[in-house]
Design a protein around this ligand. Structure first.
Ligand code: HEC
Length: 396
């Protein structure tokens, strides 16, 4: 408990700001190469996702008391490209080996806000939002990737369980698959909200990733994403990016939305200075916590769960048990005053008439079923925001 507290304290002191270090070239940069020594690491906390509950009893059980983790984040740049480098503790190396249904892979993702021009209106942390796009780079620890490999060899993408083969024939088949399959699972996406996540397949996103496990410090992963400083998907504002980090732990059955996620982090290129962004990513509201909690109970707890209030039905609204670790104060304020500014993906009223998180209007725009609380006075809103910022798991 003490150790967790002191770590958490050092996190808020260091702040969610990463200073990118200038190097001559990133051409041959990978995990484990010498340049890693030049990195200035910033500890950043990632927290379990609790927005929506997965329909998986075992996973839920494993996540009930899930803790946060510290991910160290650094950046290098050669003036043309930027490398975001992360390392995080993970006791077991879980690598996906093919069709084994109960095995999930470790992995990580780096999300770039397309722009940090309006730090108070950064995209929804869970994959962007309407009009506020993100670019996401995902890497997972896979042995062999069974998927269309561009050669049209569809036959080898069949689930082996569905094959009319036995014994040696299966072995032979698996060898062929391994030969044809790629050994790297990496993806780039653009997203303006969960349902608009689109994989970039046309080659317009240049990037590369790497992932490497070491037994040091009880086991840890290192990972890197390298992309141009500027492309059509993201560009710095005043020399700074807003990024977020997600990590998946295969041992805990993490997959898809089930992961640990950071809040927004400012990444400063050499010479970059975007004070407003740094202020937003580090803002801690000093409100009256007791009043905030009470106001939350009165106004919000019938729809939302937090660590203190667990009576709201799951289908009413996102779980806020870790909201304080994954959002900025500016986002929380906006969520209270103007729920339609960002509509969190969840249950749609068209599909679930008796409960829903949002509705779709004639123009196809999603509108929140949460009423705006813009009639609350400023102090009350600040107290609620302060209370919500305390909502996060302990850090391991
Ligand atoms: C009638 C039910 C209802 C009430 C009451 C309600 N909310 Fe919400 N809230 C929702 C729904 C549904 C969403 C998801 C759609 C959206 O993003 O607006 C949401 C979203 C949010 C989010 C964004 C969550 C995320 O994961 O990003 C926050 C923060 C939030 N509400 C806080 C509050 C606070 C604070 C109050 C009380 C002042 C409140 N809500 C009252 C239904 C409600």
């Amino acid at each position: 408990m003490m150790a967790a507290l002191s770590l958490a304290a050092s996190v808020s002191l260091a702040g969610n700001v990463v200073q990118a270090v200038k190097v001559a070239s990133l051409k041959d940069f990978r995990c484990g190469t010498k340049l890693v020594k030049r990195i200035k690491w910033t500890p950043v906390a990632v927290y379990p996702q609790s927005t929506i509950k997965l329909n998986d009893k075992r996973a839920l059980e494993l996540h009930k008391d899930a803790k946060g983790k510290i991910v160290e984040v650094g950046a290098l740049t050669d003036g043309k490209e930027i490398a975001i480098v992360v390392r995080w503790p993970d006791k077991s190396k879980d690598v996906y080996k093919g069709y084994k249904s109960d095995l999930y892979a470790d992995g990580f993702a780096v999300q770039f806000a397309s722009s940090a021009k309006e730090p108070e209106k950064l995209p929804y942390i869970g994959m962007g939002s309407d009009g506020r796009p993100v670019a996401i780079y995902l890497r997972k620890a896979y042995d062999v990737v069974y998927e269309p490999n561009g050669n049209g060899e569809v036959f080898y993408q069949v689930n082996p369980h569905n094959l009319p083969y036995f014994g040696k024939e299966v072995e032979q088949f698996n060898k062929e698959v391994a030969k044809r399959g790629a050994s790297i699972y990496q993806r780039a996406f653009v997203g303006e909200g969960f349902r608009s996540m689109t994989q970039i397949k046309d080659g317009s996103a240049t990037y590369r990733t790497d992932m490497h496990y070491v037994r040091k410090r009880g086991g840890m992963w290192g990972g890197t994403v390298i992309r141009p400083i500027e492309d059509e998907y993201a560009a710095p504002t005043k020399g700074e990016f807003a990024i977020a980090i997600a990590v998946w732990d295969g041992k805990e059955l993490d997959r898809d939305g089930l992961k640990r996620l950071s809040s927004w982090i400012a990444v400063r290129l050499p010479g970059g200075k975007h004070k407003a962004l740094e202020r937003v990513v580090n803002e801690v509201v000093k409100g009256d916590l007791a009043n905030g909690k009470q106001q939350f109970e009165t106004n919000c707890a019938s729809c939302h769960r937090t660590r203190d209030f667990q009576n709201a039905p799951l289908y009413m609204a996102p779980g806020l048990e870790n909201i304080g670790g994954q959002t900025t104060a500016a986002y929380l304020r906006e969520s209270i005053l103007d729920p339609n500014a960002v509509v969190v993906p969840g249950y749609n009223r068209n599909a679930h008439p008796n409960f829903s998180w949002y509705m779709v209007d004639e123009k196809g725009n999603r509108t929140s079923t949460m009423p705006p609380f813009n009639y609350l006075d400023k102090k009350t809103v600040e107290d609620i925001v302060a209370y919500l910022q305390t909502q996060k798991a302990e850090v391991e």
